[in-house]
Design a protein. Structure first.
Length: 407
């Protein structure tokens, strides 16, 4: 079966007219010897517009060194919010992906200005606010799905209403066995349906008041202090390759210290882990805090016989969990935090925690996510652990991108 990225290339077979001399070369270097699939390459749009004045996202082509056209995305994350002359100055970044093979140390790409309109690429990363399901916020890529919970779910139920009430800032997992988007399809099917695998996957993960898969709290040395459900959301970019959104949380007390949080999620196609940047605002003259990033100790469906194993790796700042359920298959979850700020592992009554030092007002970048055995890629605990180790290596050794005039 072709992947979405493979299908995207099929859509690009018609020859598109290229405007002469309106092109630039993007060179990418890679220090890792192992394969690096679905590497997301980000080029500041200022570099593109400098070489190709007036370039527009609808009239662009990105090709690899073999001349194959690639799916791409242009964001509007830029200091310049408006573009009154329509010349592309409000764009922020050009994004595309490349599969680095084992030992492939460099790759080159050509970005060209087109006279024709470029194709629309299949969506592989997506997020949305779900007002119809008590303020859920859900996101996904071609590998895995997630959701978290908003203020309507936390609100008290009127007598006799039967409304569900759950107060938590934990992060849920939706397991997929297909690469196309399922968030809208599953919500449209109704709340009960996505707890059953009807061929596309299922919600087999329990969150409750735990941290779920990668939620945070403030560790005071003895216990974890956590926020309530998110209070606000903002989508910054929404596919087809990368989705970026923010969730904000009301102030809470961490043993007498008042804290608020904004999380920025970066969700890339082809990856089982999302990048999360948590920025904490702390009242008073607090220089640093200890954050606990958690995995739920009891994440399995009710009625499932469960085996759970953990793989902590201090050298990578990572914690992997492998949960075998009786009939639902196995689920790997994991967290990776910055090694330089790693403070150890602890647990409380609900969570296994990775502790990490953070500075108020500065983003704490970490990674969290999951992989399901029935999707076919991770069928053993060792395969999942190997994937997390490879992700940690990629975090330590990012690719380097340069833009030069095309020959």
């Amino acid at each position: 079966m072709k992947t979405l990225r493979g299908l995207a290339l099929c859509f690009l077979t018609p020859v598109l007219a290229v405007l002469a001399a309106d092109r630039v070369t993007v060179n990418v270097t890679n220090d890792l010897a192992d394969p690096r699939p679905a590497e997301t390459i980000v080029v500041p749009w200022t570099e593109i517009s400098k070489a190709i004045p007036g370039a527009l996202l609808q009239h662009l082509s990105v090709k690899d060194s073999a001349g194959r056209a690639l799916a791409y995305q242009v964001t509007n994350i830029a200091p310049q919010a408006k573009d009154p002359q329509g010349v592309g100055i409000a764009y922020g970044e050009l994004i595309f992906q490349h599969d680095f093979a084992a030992g492939e140390k460099s790759a080159s790409f050509t970005v060209e200005k087109l006279a024709d309109v470029a194709p629309v690429f299949p969506v592989q990363a997506f997020a949305r606010y779900v007002a119809e399901r008590l303020d859920d916020f859900a996101w996904e890529n071609d590998k895995i799905g997630h959701r978290t919970y908003g203020p309507a779910l936390a609100a008290a139920a009127e007598p006799g209403s039967g409304k569900e009430v759950l107060v938590t800032s934990g992060l849920d997992v939706w397991c997929k066995r297909v690469s196309y988007p399922i968030v809208d399809r599953w919500y449209n099917k109704g709340h009960d349906h996505y707890h059953k695998d009807e061929g596309e996957g299922m919600d087999m993960y329990a969150v409750g008041p735990s941290r779920g898969c990668g939620g945070t709290g403030i560790w005071d040395g003895q216990r974890l202090h956590v926020s309530r459900n998110y209070k606000g959301w903002k989508i910054i970019a929404n596919g087809p390759i990368r989705t970026i959104f923010e969730l904000s949380y009301e102030t809470w007390s961490a043993n007498g210290v008042f804290v608020s949080e904004v999380k920025r999620f970066t969700v890339d196609a082809g990856h089982n882990l999302d990048q999360i940047e948590s920025t904490f605002t702390v009242a008073g003259n607090v220089k640093e805090i200890i954050v606990g990033v958690g995995l739920n100790k009891t994440p399995a469906d009710k009625g499932q016989e469960v085996q759970i194993e953990y793989t902590p790796k201090p050298v990578d700042g990572s914690l992997a969990q492998w949960v075998v359920q009786k009939t639902n298959g196995s689920l790997g979850t994991a967290i990776i935090v910055p090694v330089d700020y790693f403070q150890g592992f602890v647990d409380d009554e609900r969570n296994q925690l990775v502790l990490v030092k953070a500075v108020p007002g500065q983003p704490l970048r970490y990674f969290a996510g999951a992989g399901w055995s029935k999707a076919g890629e991770f069928t053993t605990q060792q395969q999942w652990n190997n994937y997390i180790a490879a992700c940690a290596a990629r975090v330590r050794s990012p690719v380097k991108v340069s833009v030069v005039p095309a020959p």
